[in-house]
Design a protein around this ligand. Structure first.
Ligand code: G3H
Ligand code: ZN
Length: 284
């Protein structure tokens, strides 16, 4: 069923597992992730960046594609369609109006007071439509579509507590050293801050930049209240690697279904692995 993230994340935090947000780029990504979730009996969040939504046609196309697949696949697990790194109130509103069940307002690059103001406005509109809201503080490193960071800025626990107190957000992404795209060496996550934030603000935390985080860090983050982990790059790498391998062996092949099938299988395998690692399998 198409739902917001609220209940799935609260259940995850309470029971000690994280729900994966897997970003979709096209039909095959969406198919693979929905199939993985159904097979694993796992709740799932389909992350849609503004760039990916634009690539696919727009917010409406995304919602209809997901709903169509869920009907054809007879999906029974909880699924959220979530705007990833929403850049403004207007974009969040447009996604909600199109039928997204969850949005992230990423006002983290604004001064704190403005972040609170923009986030509150999004929460008011979203909650009136039964849509969940994720907010961010600090800066996630690296680059994802149009979201480019100059550097990594760790979220301030006191600001996190205040943002949570002054807005009714459903989950919070405090940037604590995570990076979009591959890490250079091992990630250096701020677990001390994560613990402090968890104690100050009792709500599910979100970990961005899930690609390349070792299992022991994943486990530790979950034990400190992380209930949502975002993964994008790892699926992109798996899909592209499968396509390259297929085309290298089948040079005369030109039917896109032929090379997109192994890509879809690779995404599905990757997602199933993450669901087991995050502990969300059999939790639907
Ligand atoms: O918002 C999306 C995620 O933070 C994805 O990060 O591409 O490093 O897995 P990743
Ligand atoms: Zn992110």
């Amino acid at each position: 069923a198409l739902v917001s993230m609220k209940e799935m994340l609260e259940k995850g935090k309470k029971e000690g597992y994280a729900v994966g947000q897997f970003n979709i780029n096209n039909l095959e990504f969406t198919q693979a992730i929905l199939q993985a979730a159904e097979e694993e009996k796992s709740p799932v969040i389909l992350g849609v960046s503004e760039g990916a939504a634009k690539y696919m046609g727009g917010f409406t196309t995304v919602v209809h594609m997901v709903k169509g697949l869920m009907e054809d696949y007879q999906t029974t697990v909880p699924v959220a369609i979530h705007l990833d790194h929403g850049s403004s109130f207007e974009k969040c509103k447009a996604a909600i109006d199109a039928g997204f069940t969850s949005v992230m307002i990423d006002a983290s690059h604004h001064p704190f007071e403005e972040n609170v103001e923009i986030t509150s406005k999004v929460v008011d509109y979203a909650h009136a439509h039964n849509v969940s809201v994720e907010a961010e503080l600090g800066t996630v490193g690296g680059q994802e579509d149009d979201v480019i960071a100059d550097g990594v800025i760790y979220a301030d626990p006191a600001e996190c507590a205040e943002l949570v107190k002054r807005t009714a957000i459903d989950c919070l992404a405090p940037a604590l050293g995570s990076v979009h795209g591959p890490y250079k060496g091992e990630p250096n996550l701020g677990f001390k801050e994560m613990e402090e934030i968890s104690q100050l603000a009792d709500l599910p935390l979100v970990l961005h930049g899930g690609t390349g985080i070792p299992t022991h860090d994943i486990t530790r983050a979950i034990s400190l209240g992380t209930a949502k982990i975002n993964v994008n790059t790892e699926n992109q790498i798996a899909a592209t690697k499968a396509i390259r391998a297929y085309l290298a062996e089948n040079e005369a092949q030109y039917d896109p279904r032929k090379y997109l099938t192994p890509a879809r299988d690779a995404i599905k395998t990757t997602v199933i692995g993450k669901m087991r690692e995050f502990g969300s399998s059999n939790k639907a």
